[in-house]
Design a protein around this ligand. Structure first.
Ligand SMILES: Nc1ncnc2c1ncn2[C@@H]1O[C@H](COP(=O)(O)OP(=O)(O)OP(=O)(O)O)[C@@H](O)[C@H]1O
Length: 471
């Protein structure tokens, strides 16, 4: 377990800047890997870190663990017991040491249940979990770069921060991945908290809200749950598309929404799409989402991408000449997260090769993989490679006759995207996918377009793929 974690941290160090490693990754504690269920349990020291890691790093950790253990691993993040425990408990750290030293068996069934690391739901007393805003103080209006793509969203967010509950309620921000929605809503929360009027703010990812509802349901603690949410001055709820199909959650949210808006308490919602396009969300909620102000955040334009790179480089104490920022911005067009990734890659490359100066040539070299994908027009090969990478299958599986679902579905998705994003005819697409018949392609296209209407997760993945391909 320790060996895995050491190697995992080393891998993450290649992708992330040292500040992020020490802020988010190093504080995590590996608890156990259960061979049978392929569940990897890790603990985070506090609720805020847990949420942040879950949202930003869990996917990557899961990927590394899957490679390491050779099976598809599910990552379960828990709150370290020392933080969460309202009653005397030994810490997860000491529990692990006991297990390692052989004083107790690593079979968790042999450990008295009070000492076992519990899922967050079981160990966090609502008051402990709920009295924090979970705002990330690093996400502010000051370090939010503005351009045409987001100026409306920023203006609306500022207006709301200044006149909460009265100007636009709810404020609904939507847009593709990595465009700054989360950043902006944290900025509103931080601005309100900074004014120091004792406002009660809570940031919650929709996924977390769903599990809070489940917890309240299991513990028959709905009154407490309702009281907490209805008492907030500002509720920031991120990625509301994750409510799809969660009827009980939607019902609870509906009541919270009604209560808060009636009392002029502010709600800000983010989503990957505009309200009417949300699938499997009750229509009464959709109409309420649209009843305040709905604003789109678009992918950043060139000047804004340059400004973001310069600003982020400065924050990392990197000297970035303008032409270098311009070169990166010209080639990487899809979102800010991608720009941040490019900046880290360039910085790591320069460090590794002991280059003190960032030049266009150095960037070309450091980013050659990224650039080769984004430079291309949308070609069939590009789509096949992007989808294969996304679903972690081989590109050759796009043409192969193999039919297990983990290959067949990505192949159908690739066919659907080729039909959607290129001018190729069905027979041409069939040829390019290993000589398949045009009716097979038609079936794939219909199946995926139908499925994306009902399956929000698939819809989300398709959005990501489309954005990546369109740049
Ligand atoms: N305009 C901006 N200025 C500065 N940093 C930005 C800007 N937009 C986004 N970022 C940064 O880009 C990263 C991704 O942004 P964020 O997490 O807010 O995206 P998102 O739209 O919420 O994406 P997702 O839907 O994937 O959650 C963050 O590190 C954020 O600080």
């Amino acid at each position: 377990m320790n060996e895995f974690w050491l190697s995992c941290v080393q891998r993450l160090e290649q992708d992330l800047p040292p500040q992020q490693i020490s802020a988010w990754i190093k504080p995590l504690e590996p608890l156990e890997f259960d061979q049978e269920s392929a569940v990897l349990r890790m603990a985070a020291p506090n609720r805020f870190k847990l949420d942040w890691v879950r949202k930003n790093f869990s996917h990557r950790i899961q990927e590394i663990a899957t490679e390491w253990f050779g099976v598809p691993v599910e990552l379960q993040l828990e709150l370290a017991q020392s933080t969460a425990a309202p009653q005397p408990m030994i810490t997860a750290q000491s529990l692990r040491q006991t297990m390692v030293s052989g004083d107790a068996t690593s079979d968790s069934s042999a450990i008295p249940s009070v000492y076992q690391a519990q899922p967050v739901s079981a160990v966090v007393a609502p008051t402990v979990a709920m009295d924090q805003s979970r705002l990330n103080p690093d996400l502010s209006f000051d370090n939010f770069v503005t351009g045409k793509a987001n100026q409306l969203a920023r203006a609306a967010a500022l207006q709301v921060a200044e006149n909460p509950g009265t100007s636009y309620n709810p404020l609904f921000l939507y847009g593709g991945v990595g465009l700054g929605k989360t950043h902006l809503i944290h900025a509103v929360g931080n601005a309100m908290v900074a004014r120091g009027r004792g406002v009660k703010v809570r940031y919650v990812h929709a996924d977390q809200y769903v599990s809070d509802v489940v917890k309240a349901y299991q513990r028959k603690a709905f009154d407490e749950f309702k009281h907490y949410y209805h008492s907030l001055d500002l509720l920031l709820i991120d990625d509301i598309q994750f409510f799809a199909g969660k009827n009980r959650t939607q019902e609870e949210f509906f009541y919270a929404f009604e209560a808060m808006v009636a009392q002029r308490k502010q709600i800000i919602i983010t989503s990957d799409t505009y309200p009417k396009e949300l699938s499997n969300i009750e229509s009464r909620l959709i109409s309420r989402f649209d009843s305040g102000l709905t604003v789109h955040i678009e992918p950043p334009e060139l000047e804004m991408r340059v400004a973001i790179l310069l600003r982020k480089a400065q924050a990392e104490n990197m000297l970035m000449p303008k032409e270098v920022a311009f070169f990166i911005a010209k080639h990487l067009r899809s979102n800010v997260r991608e720009l941040e990734g490019a900046l880290r890659t360039v910085a790591a490359y320069a460090r590794f090769h002991e280059k003190n100066e960032l030049t266009v040539d150095l960037c070309k070299e450091a980013l050659k993989d990224l650039l080769s994908v984004s430079n291309n027009q949308i070609t069939v090969e590009n789509i096949q490679k992007t989808v294969a990478d996304f679903y972690k299958i081989k590109v050759s599986d796009m043409y192969s006759k193999r039919r297990p679902a983990n290959i067949a579905v990505p192949r159908q998705i690739a066919m659907y995207l080729v039909k959607e994003l290129t001018q190729k005819s069905l027979p041409e697409i069939g040829d390019l996918f290993g000589g398949r018949d045009h009716t097979t392609v038609l079936h794939a296209v219909r199946k995926i377009s139908e499925a994306r209407r009902n399956d929000s997760e698939l819809n989300h993945s398709l959005h990501i793929l489309e954005q990546t391909l369109k740049g």
